[in-house]
Ligand binder design. Sequence first.
Ligand SMILES: Nc1ncnc2c1ncn2[C@@H]1O[C@H](COP(=O)(O)OP(=O)(O)OP(=O)(O)O)[C@@H](O)[C@H]1O
Ligand SMILES: [Mg+2]
Length: 370
Amino acid sequence: MGKQDIFSRTVAHYLAPIKDYLDDPAVTEVMINHADEIYIEREGVIERIQSRFADEEAYEAAVNNILQFTNQTLSEDNPLIDARLPDGSRVHVVKEPCSRHGTAVSIRKFAKSMLDIDWLVELGALTPQANEYLKIMVLAEKNLLVAGGTSTGKTSLLNALSSYIPPGSRIVVIEDSAELQLQQEHILSMETKPPDKYGRGAVGIRELFRSSLRLRPDRIIIGEVRGGEALDMIQAMTSGQGGSMGTLHANHPVDALNRLETMALMSEIELPLHALRAQISSAIDVLVQMNRFVGGRRLVTHIAEVDTLGDDGRYQIRDVFNMQPVISENGEKTMQLTWSGERSSLAGKLRPNEENLVSKWTREIFGTED
Ligand SMILES: Nc1ncnc2c1ncn2[C@@H]1O[C@H](COP(=O)(O)OP(=O)(O)OP(=O)(O)O)[C@@H](O)[C@H]1O
Ligand SMILES: [Mg+2]
């Protein structure tokens, strides 16, 4: 039996009290505060469940079993650990003294269906028109960031969009804890490394990014941009590293650029603000904004293109898609991601293989017809 099979079996055994919830596709998160205090998120609503672990020992055993496969041990010196279940679900464990009342565990379930762009379209997370637009932008090697708040579906959308990267490309994926599951064959996955118990030997996203540039990537995917690597990424993108993608925490497209700016300023290299903004403007081509709505729906609310920095030193962002009210067949008014009327900066500049993808949905956006 392989290591993964053993893991699957032992996890199923140790996590028996919450197994039904792990198996229920409507449940997106299982949160264990104590052996006898467990919450789930189902369709966007958090509720406490009756299930419990038999006692503290059974709970500790379950946690240790998950961690056994991460080569990390939970201790007072190492109280925060990211791990994964065999099905790809992400687990975050916090131990005392960082969690003040015993070990806390949160399991972010990984819905494989969310990785499929057609399914996201079916769910209404984006429209067929926006999907086609994004497909063309990815193929045209535009640099794209998916922005959103916590748990708005950024990683899922990034993963789904990655399926548009042509099969022949060499893709380097950089993550804190491996979540992305790309379908292409030629992939090099890199994962950060926490420090040892003496605080030595940590390897962060920034170091990995710098290393990735020497690995002859066609495309670089950063699971989440959150620190000084933003500057390296921006500079690589401005100097021709096209077709790269990542996610970042931000609540609005403008906010995303401001966040990038703040993160770039966290690196030790000093750059005048105007120069930095000019670089950010030229590096980032497309911002896709995600939001979470009542009932747990996660929708794209904006797709914006970033133009060159304005003379006044301000970012110039154009919504190509945003939410607009539409009247449905039964007369109900709903908000839907709609083309704003703005053309893409690529209008009239598509290469033949990209132009072939343009259908009735995006003809006006890419301006291949008057
Ligand atoms: N379009 C969608 N509609 C409904 N549920 C979704 C959608 N996209 C993702 N989900 C579900 O929402 C949860 C969060 O998704 P995901 O991890 O992609 O979000 P995130 O924004 O990357 O979160 P984080 O802020 O933790 O990085 C997952 O359980 C996922 O399966
Ligand atoms: Mg994420």
